[in-house]
Write a protein that binds this ligand. Sequence first.
Ligand SMILES: [Fe+2]
Ligand SMILES: [Fe+2]
Length: 415
Amino acid sequence: MLNHVVLPVSFIDSVLVFAVYSFAGWIVEVIYRSWTQKRFVNAGFLYGPFVPLYGMGSVLVLGIGSLLQQCNHVVFIIAVGVVLTVLEYFIGYISEKFLGLKLWDYSANRFNLHGRVCLSFSVAWAVLAYALAVFVHPKVSSAINSLGRTFASQMAIAFLLYYSADLIISTVNALGFKKKSADLLATFSSKSDAELQAILSRFRRLIRSFPNLNTHLDGSMKANFTMKLGNIINELSSNAADELKKRRAADKEYISIVKDILVNSEFQRLKEYFHHNSSIYEHARRVSYLSYKISKLLDLDYRAAARGGLLHDFFLYDWRNHSEPELAAEKFHGLHHPAIALKNSMRHFELSEKEKDIILKHMWPLTLTPPRYRESYVVTFVDKYLSSAEFLSEFAKRGVMREKKKRLSRKLSRQ
Ligand SMILES: [Fe+2]
Ligand SMILES: [Fe+2]
């Protein structure tokens, strides 16, 4: 039976009980936090030596004790354990929701709920509450009673005034921390370590009292950074997806324009002839596709540019081999191959005047007559640009291979 639990009988008593246990809670927290952090820590949310959660908890415990005076001790322990757990969860929720601060975190403990409560601490609170109600409070109660009513009232009023001021200042500070941490999260990547330290030093006490705030800040910064990175990546990938979609659509159109040429068996023979750094077939495809893209961009006849560009080097011989029937010894490949390409193209495909001009003039200004169409100029410049790039890449590739061969022969000669 709990018939010796003494309930505060008046408002003044309740305030004083609240003050005493808030102070006792502060001492418990200071010892616990200073011990775990290996230095003195002014515990709690307030500047003064009070932890209101203990005060509230104690008043609640005494209230429950008086309600359950007819019950046995086990029922009381379970009841206060449940009520204190609910209170702890509620205060944790309020501080996270309205102050944006996670003042404690039991996430690492087993059987926790949202990190706000956990089984081991709830059991500890229940045992402490039982000790408070049965052993401590009777003595505290008789000490309060011995103060005399006037002095007790004055003490209660003084405490309420002081407590209200502390509560307001600490709440403003905590809200400032919330706002500042939000600013920090938005701008931390552009701030130096010293600037970050200067900002955080204003909230040093709060951070020391609640080391989880550091984790909270750190975690939020990481989450913020990950979120920003995620947004950038999403944006990039959606841009890339759009670009790919456009390219696929463009490729489809391009293929539909040149498909009959690409599948032609005679044109396919261009794959057999080396040109610059690959085959004539590959070179012609590159010239054709780039000319098509540029002409499309310039609002020109991209169809003619694509087809003329593809056929511009339609010669079926190795230009370095003058024993080929088409390239007699007296013929100079640079000057003669456009006419050969045009002849071959006309043999296999239906050509427009523009396409013919593109093929015939693609070596301009080597072949003196200038092109008649803007599309011919596009192809002639694209051909020169890509030929140079292909030559250079082949040149570099051969240089690397030569160097590798030299190194290998040096290695072999040393063995
Ligand atoms: Fe050519
Ligand atoms: Fe070419």
